[in-house]
Design a protein around this ligand. Sequence first.
Ligand SMILES: Cc1cc2nc3c(=O)[nH]c(=O)nc-3n(C[C@H](O)[C@H](O)[C@H](O)COP(=O)(O)OP(=O)(O)OC[C@H]3O[C@@H](n4cnc5c(N)ncnc54)[C@H](O)[C@@H]3O)c2cc1C
Length: 452
Amino acid sequence: MRFVILGGGPAGHQAATYAARLGAEVTVVERDVLGGAAHLWDCIPSKAMIATGGAMSFTRRVSGMGLEHAEAGVDIEALTTRIEDIKAHLQRDIIQLLDSQGVRIVNGVGRFTSPHTVLVDGPEGTEEIEFDTALVSTGSRPRVPDWCTPDGDRILTTRDCYPPKSFPESVTVVGSGVTGVEFVHMFSSFGAEVTLVVSRQHVLPGKDPEVAGVLEDDFVARGVKLLKGARAERIDRDPDGDGVIVRCDDGRSVRSSHAVLAIGSVPNTESLGLDAAGVVTDGGYIPINHHCVTNQKHIYAAGDVSGKLPLSSVASMQGRKVAEHVMGLHTIEHRHLDYDKAASAIFTEPEIADVGLAEAEAFAEGRKIRVTKVPFATTAKAQINNDPRGFVKIISDPATGVVLGGSIVGRHAAELISVIALAVTANLRVNDIVESLLVHPALSEALAEAAE
Ligand SMILES: Cc1cc2nc3c(=O)[nH]c(=O)nc-3n(C[C@H](O)[C@H](O)[C@H](O)COP(=O)(O)OP(=O)(O)OC[C@H]3O[C@@H](n4cnc5c(N)ncnc54)[C@H](O)[C@@H]3O)c2cc1C
């Protein structure tokens, strides 16, 4: 089986290693970094910066922990080196893994020239590769609207921020979805004055309003200004200074040293020669079935190009499912991907994570559910940590006790949600959580209590 993969991000490299292990002859075509542009340029550096910012805000909070004084300042150079080191380390690991599985790596820009050929334009010339099966996993890039021109200096897309060339004294973040609120959190932990342009009345549209409310309260307590019900319609460099002016459709405007656009992404599909392969797109995304097969039965699409959930974790799992299907394993004991059961997290402070059915969604569907909520403040560990913020909420079926979903707000939410995610995926009952012998003292005790 000659399997060609365009794009070596989480979707592409996962499909490559797994298919190679199963016996396919795999070639990965990558134009930039193995590991994925979105993954290595966005996801990983943003979390590395958030971790450093988190350490800074932690030092501000430790005064209640029997310490006299702790204050940290940011060293941009050291931070940049740290981020580069993490990226290099991850990229090296991925290359080693692909090499060890016998995957051929071709450096260059790939595009289809027919339903069974790809042409790669690389630093060493062009190469035509024939394939039996192909995967398109070319990812996405930040969306840039026609009303502003990012300059990489003061008007930034998410990719210019790790860290920015000059560190913001003040920053206006446009977009209050997951990425936007993470940027608010990141820059405010570093001490910048932050304004968030929120087009609706609440941040995080589509998330549990109670969860979004906790985050808003935290932002307000930190001095973040929320410009609610306003849509940015223009961003210009300030003619009277070094900064920028963000103008909104309701007449309000904000001056700050920097502006960050966090208004979503667009798929990298326009120069892939998809027409030559007969693959159709819809709004730039590639429609797929539950095996990630496109309208061409020998060509798959996975990751951000598929227009499903734009998450690294989902891209990797899609890549794995593609490898299984390519190698005919899907007929054995393998689950279909259920995007409704994907856990996701927002790396703010407090951290937010959720999975499965949301309370508001069940309410809208008129579905009967049991909701139990336990604040972390009831656990000894929260007191020990000097951080009683947040809660665990579990949603279950009142008749069977089967866990349908949940959300967690608070420290380590992104880790703790795994317990509820496992329960949702494996159709476990609340009792299965209650009867697990968990650690004491630990925040997970709130999980067991919420399952009671
Ligand atoms: C700011 C930010 C933070 C994020 N944080 C998280 C997070 O915390 N957790 C999470 O799960 N997700 C996060 N995401 C989303 C995550 O990064 C993406 O969903 C994920 O990287 C998608 O993987 P992919 O394999 O589809 O694409 P990518 O990771 O983008 O990889 C695609 C690869 O294809 C290559 N390519 C493109 N065109 C061609 C071509 N013609 N020829 C050859 N190669 C090509 C690109 O160079 C790239 O390396 C974040 C995204 C952003 C923007």
